[in-house]
Design a protein around this ligand. Sequence first.
Ligand code: GLN
Length: 590
Amino acid sequence: MDLLRSVKDRTDETEFYTPLPDGYTLGSTKYVVVFGTVISGLGKGIFSSSLAKLLKDKHLRISPIKLEGYLNIDSGTLNPFRHGEVFVLDDGMETDMDLGTYERMLDQDLTRQNFATSGQIYSTVLAKERAGTYLGRDVQMIPHVTGEVKLRLRELAVRSRADVVFIEVGGTVGDIENAFYIEAMRELSYEEGEGSVVFVALTYVLTPSALGEQKSKAAQLGIKRLMEFGIHPHILACRAEQPVLEKVRQKLAVYTNVPMRRVFSMHDLPSIYLLPSIMREEGLDSELVQLLNLGGRVNSAHELRAASEWHRFSSRIGHASQEVSIGITGKYTALRDSYASIIKALEHAGVANDAKVNVEWIDTTDIHDGNVVKALETVDGIIVPGGFGTRGSEGKISCIGHARRNKLPYLGICLGFQMAVVEYARHMANLEGANSSEMDPDCKHPVIDILPEQKKIEGLGGNMRLGGQDVTLTPGTLAAELFPGADQVRMRFRHRYEVDPRYLDPLTQAGLIFSGCHPHHPIMQILELPREVHPFFIGVQFHPELTSRPLRPSPLFVGLVKAALERKSKAGKEEAGMQGMHGIKAKQEG
Ligand code: GLN
């Protein structure tokens, strides 16, 4: 190992190529690597983040990283239809939705260093080749590309000062695009030495309906595939619909040499939030601690506190005393993954309000003022979420108008903020023909227009206002009330267009309140209606769903659900009152 350290980047003198960042000592950081076998869609992100959370609960410093197989540099240009929502980190990186799962589970902000794609790895290698870094050698998948992967992990270890770097290898073992990641993990384990790297294989135990019994063959073959790469898993986690039978676990143990106590059943649960507690009960975390020799660093008092706090949250899921219905409008209504964080934020807000939130999807393509009443008949509140392009935008405006006139609780997010400005401009501020120039570049009143500083930047990738920004709140407003004690909040943005400041006067004179804006520039970031006019009508240029956490729900979602519950209970009372009246009338008439 000393040899490895001394040669650093020099590839001409040795076959060992192990570039190490400054300040890194081999064997000092622990690594957990999770691979998926058999099929995709096993919930690898949820499993990995829950396991990482268990280690964090022990007061260990955790830094997760997702290794994505695709060649895109980031997720910004991916279609949410195909790939789920784009999750934006505080530093502006556009990532896979799994990073959202990690941020929520770990209650920890991540950075671009926690997300690697094949595209990033290859482009770095190619740039180094052009810069002559490889000193005349032919540049190869092994050791240079795999070396770059290991370098990324070790840089993360140094910068985050993590006790454990938690690695999720994207895709399924056997995919061509992630093969070099798997090879890099094998090399990592060799270089870091005994007790530093633990391999976890997430696999799938099939239950064919014609047989009605669990079969382990596919899982065996999946794990065998991993072993062909020279990786022998320390832990097997078996996904299945029902608890995995002892006999099936035995079979897997025999075929893989993984001791029975490390073959776990990870069967379906009523809620993903139950997973950490179940894993802890089964002892998955203690096996990790033992394998990585982390016993001395564990803080049991901290763990106890964290576990009971989590239990208080998770035990309330599915046991709410009331229900409420929130409509979400949008173009991607066919694919719930495109709104994953909004659904999570509503779950968090539901628990905070002791309510089950039922989501109703509203496709606005065919909605207009004539049928909007019917379309929103059954909801107690609505969200118009973020989006791009013209489709359904007039339907959204109809929904917003209906919510405004009928005191239906409203939360507009990003595009939902912009469309609320357009609705108000057209119907309250006498600006006929108002629109966003995204929807109609030639409209009479482009109340929403492209940011001047953004106009200079061209091309599709990377021309948006991205990442965390401060929002200054106006005292005395609903926004300020939702964030008590804060005069500034930090929120995540992902947009190109904004309110054109030239229209601020007519809009505010007509009664619209801008209750949150950029600390220095006239960029409007929160709008609302006075509470005398509407109980809860708020729009935000940012994405509050991205920073909602199970134990720290977003106040905007909590406020929406609360207002929707109040409206529902008021409507219920009015109805009961009406029935009472009918009863009296009937009696009198009788
Ligand atoms: N399309 C709008 C813009 O680019 C809104 C973006 C969004 O909702 N994320 O500004």
